[in-house]
Design a protein around this ligand. Structure first.
Ligand code: HEM
Length: 418
């Protein structure tokens, strides 16, 4: 479905229908030519060298750290992680973060809260398959209006800034005719929306793609970071090993270089093990565009070919694939980062946290950079973390997978130990 039979399955029927009110026709919900245009439009922002400068992430990490109690009192880390990724993604896209972690502006809070509840609704609708129109369409439309008003105002602000810059450019070029005079134009802004405005005049295409990036990028990153801490807070030996690796490489104060941090082997293994056990996109539906034959899945043992009729909704589960004992061994249900010592060359058809084939996640490098930097900073700042939630894990399946009860932790600040 990802690669060799990519063209036999369609995402627009399983995503566009239940999510169109909010997502319109951006990269996440389109197919064929329209999808290719959207992907081509967005790809440059995720190529090496263009991914969000970590300078812009750093103060959001500081805001996150500021919200964590330093005296080991409990905090719902999952809630903070969702706020944090919202702040980062809006900074990247709009050049203006909603700053949910630090701001008390009711307009920003309303946007963030409405987006959260719209995502829940879209997840519910997607799970109802072809019956999605029966699930709260009017409520979703109302939420879409609030969300779009905010996003449209960001696009408008960027358009105004761009127009002012162009005026300044014309003015300057009359005064200064040297070759380098207009080096910093057109926008002097590095956010995605400003650049998109220089590449297309289709306002709706810009909005729909910005919405796709928020929905695809924000919860996935937050869920992976919070499940990372969910697991390490339950296994002190893993926490100690991570501390040792981070502190021996960066100390407790030095700002880590992202490319060096990405080479931390054990941290990557713990993150991969998190993505294995809790793939943020745990479940992914497609619709067959024709009568097709899958190589296996039929017959009494499931080893024979399987006929799938045109229009059938077929979901694949990264959750189930990642817990397959044949690939991961008899302890596949247990969190063991060290298993990656032997699995590093694993074929992507067994491990698909970022999908695969032509629709593979466009934001993988961005997500890994932000998560790695943030986790290193937290390991530098805090000497200990404990789970304070007695309830067992229960999944909350919206569009992405998270913990139903949140992730309740108690951190110990390094300074408190001195
Ligand atoms: C840990 C974090 C992330 C995970 C686990 C993840 C996972 C995925 C997966 C599995 C897909 C493939 C969907 C499919 O085949 O149907 C996908 C697609 C996508 N992701 Fe991510 N993602 C993450 C972060 C991000 C970020 C940070 C962004 C952008 C800021 C992003 C943007 C996208 C987009 C736009 C698509 C659609 C690509 C297309 O249809 O061509 N993702 N992601």
């Amino acid at each position: 479905m990802h690669q060799s039979q990519f063209k036999d399955f369609n995402v627009s029927a399983s995503r566009y229908g239940p999510m169109k009110e909010v997502l319109g026709q951006g990269i996440f919900t389109t197919e064929g030519h329209a999808w290719k245009l959207n992907r081509g439009l967005l790809r440059p922002y995720f190529s090496k060298g263009h991914v969000l400068s970590i300078d812009k992430v750093e103060h959001h990490v500081d805001n996150l750290i500021a919200q964590i109690p330093k005296d080991a009192s409990p905090v719902n880390f999952q809630k903070l992680a969702f706020d944090f990724t919202m702040d980062v993604i809006t900074e990247f896209l709009f050049g203006r973060s909603v700053n949910t972690l630090s701001s008390t502006d009711p307009a920003l809070q309303k946007f963030a809260d409405t987006l959260d509840s719209a995502e829940d609704l879209m997840g519910q609708r997607a799970r109802c398959g072809f019956f999605y129109p029966l699930v709260k369409t009017r409520s979703l439309k109302k939420k879409a209006k609030v969300i779009h008003e905010f996003v449209d105002s960001c696009i408008q602000d960027a358009a105004t800034a761009l127009a002012e810059n162009n005026l300044a450019k014309n003015h300057d070029s009359k005064r200064d005719t040297t070759e380098n005079a207009t080096d910093n134009f057109p926008t002097q802004r590095e956010d995605v929306v400003s650049d998109l405005l220089t590449r297309t005049s289709d306002f709706k295409q810009i909005r729909d793609n910005l919405m796709a990036l928020i929905i695809a990028g924000r919860d996935t990153s937050a869920a992976s970071m919070s499940m990372f801490f969910y697991e390490v807070s339950r296994q002190p030996a893993i926490w100690d090993k991570l501390q040792q690796e981070v502190i021996s490489n960066f100390g407790t104060e030095n700002r880590p270089d992202v490319s060096e941090a990405r080479r931390l082997k054990y941290l990557r293994q713990v993150y991969d093990e998190t993505l294995r056990m809790y793939p943020p996109l745990a479940w992914n539906p497609r619709v067959a565009v024709d009568d097709i034959c899958l190589p296996t899945g039929g017959g009494p043992t499931g080893d024979e070919p399987l006929l799938v009729r045109k229009g059938t909704l077929v979901a694949f589960s990264a959750w189930a694939l990642h817990r397959d004992k044949e690939t991961f061994g008899p302890d596949a249900e247990t969190f063991v980062p060290e298993r990656w010592d032997k699995l590093s060359g694993l074929d992507w058809s067994h491990f698909i946290p970022f999908g695969g084939g032509p629709r593979r996640c466009i934001g993988q490098e961005f997500a890994l950079n932000v998560a790695t930097f943030t986790i290193v900073r937290l390991l530098q700042k805090f000497s200990g973390v404990k789970n304070v939630d007695p309830t067992p894990f229960q999944e909350d399946l919206g569009i992405t997978l998270a913990s139903e009860h949140g992730v309740h932790l108690a951190f110990t600040s390094r300074e408190d130990r001195k």
